[in-house]
Design a protein around this ligand. Structure first.
Ligand code: TTP
Ligand code: MG
Length: 356
């Protein structure tokens, strides 16, 4: 039985802005460009959320909902600096850390000896250190796996923590809405609702074979998640082999042109995640993935060592699509990652050539 902690900073970008400019404290705050731009908010302080202001909302709409909203442009360097400091605190407890973005990470503390091995007390201590040393607050979820820990960290937000003990898993998942299941987006959730599946308890009534008829290759995973089981390991940065984003479409994309139109928003999402994880140095290849209407899938991959452009993915898409030329239900794009070590070697050898 594993002990996993999911740590998620509270309104992270906004909290960092307040830390560096205490005059902002207690004010409704939005992080993003001015309302007359096409900018959307990265996040909002809890004071602003009371007005319905949310992440990814256009600044113009946010100001309409909350006219006294203080808009601050993002300062990514500050967020990276604070994120590193949080990371340094987490490393006092274990090296098994999987960052998901600048503000959240999984920790596997199964082998951690501190606090008598109590994951609950370790999570409490992590949050105490983040508060006293960094003047920021974090929420945490403690559970036997990643899936449950991530849900739990949201349960007592802000500045709280929630523990799902192994003996509580069954009752915890029973009434959990299907939307909470990892990887279930709007499209799958709607499909589940149409089938009368609203909670994990509803999904539990079906066998893997029955789920397969509806959800194809994801059936085993859904079967496990619905029971609160999740075999995924905590993957440290060095073990991560790829970074990809994907989207399943409500209606299959019929033509190459339709697939092309799907790329910009995927690309934007990809760049955001790439920057958050600071993976640029480790890029070794770019890849496009297509899943066709019949659930068969193909990937096309090419070597690269820099952040691919949207045109690169367009080119890959044409090749992958051309293999079958049939309707597409899912498009994914991303990069393969190598270890930090070989990246250093590559830089060193190119410098050497330069020196010669
Ligand atoms: P979140 O953890 O989703 O949000 P949060 O930390 O602001 O608030 P919460 O207390 O609910 O955890 O995201 C972390 C940071 O990532 C957030 O501060 C800003 C950034 N972000 C974006 O830039 N765009 C987005 O759409 C989202 C959701 C987050
Ligand atoms: Mg957060």
């Amino acid at each position: 039985m594993k002990k996993i902690i999911h740590v998620d900073m509270d309104c992270f970008y906004a909290a960092v802005e307040v830390k560096y400019n205490p005059e902002l404290m207690g004010k409704p705050l939005g992080i993003g460009g001015p309302p007359n731009s096409r900018s959307v908010l990265c996040t909002a302080s809890y004071e602003a959320r009371k007005f319905g202001v949310r992440s990814a909302m256009p600044s113009s709409q946010a100001v309409r909902l909350c006219p006294q909203l203080v808009l601050v442009p993002p300062h990514f360097d500050l967020y990276k600096t604070e994120s590193r400091k949080v990371r340094e605190i987490l490393e006092r407890f274990t090296n098994k850390i999987e960052p998901l973005s600048l503000d959240e990470a999984y920790l596997d503390v199964s082998d951690c000896q501190q606090f008598g091995g109590s994951a609950t007390l370790i999570a409490q201590e992590i949050r105490r250190l983040i508060f006293t040393e960094l003047n920021l607050t974090a929420s945490a979820g403690v559970a036997p796996n990643k899936f449950l820990a991530k849900i739990a960290s949201d349960w007592k937000k802000p500045n709280g923590q929630f523990v799902v003990r192994p003996q509580d898993v069954a009752s915890f998942v029973k009434d959990l809405p299907v939307e909470k299941i990892f990887g279930v987006g709007k499209v799958t959730a709607q499909k589940m609702h149409d089938l009368g599946l609203f909670t994990c308890g509803d999904i539990q009534k079906y066998s893997v074979a029955e789920l397969h008829a509806w959800f194809g290759s994801r059936s085993q995973e859904l079967y496990d998640f619905a029971r609160g089981e999740d075999p995924r390991e905590v993957i440290t940065e060095w073990e991560r082999k790829s970074l990809t984003v994907e989207e399943t479409f409500n209606k299959d994309l019929q033509t190459l042109e339709e697939c092309r139109k799907a790329l910009p928003s995927l690309y934007e999402d990809f760049i955001r995640r790439l920057e958050k994880g600071e993976y640029q140095e480790r890029i070794r290849g770019m890849v496009i993935k297509l899943k066709f209407y019949d659930f068969k899938q193909t990937t096309h991959e090419e070597v690269c060592h820099e952040v691919p452009s949207q045109q690169d993915f367009q080119r890959l898409l044409e090749k992958a699509w051309g293999r079958r030329g049939v309707p597409v239900r899912l498009v994914g794009l991303g990069v393969r990652l190598g270890s930090q070590k070989s990246s250093t070697t590559r830089v060193a050898s190119s410098q050497l050539r330069f020196a010669i």
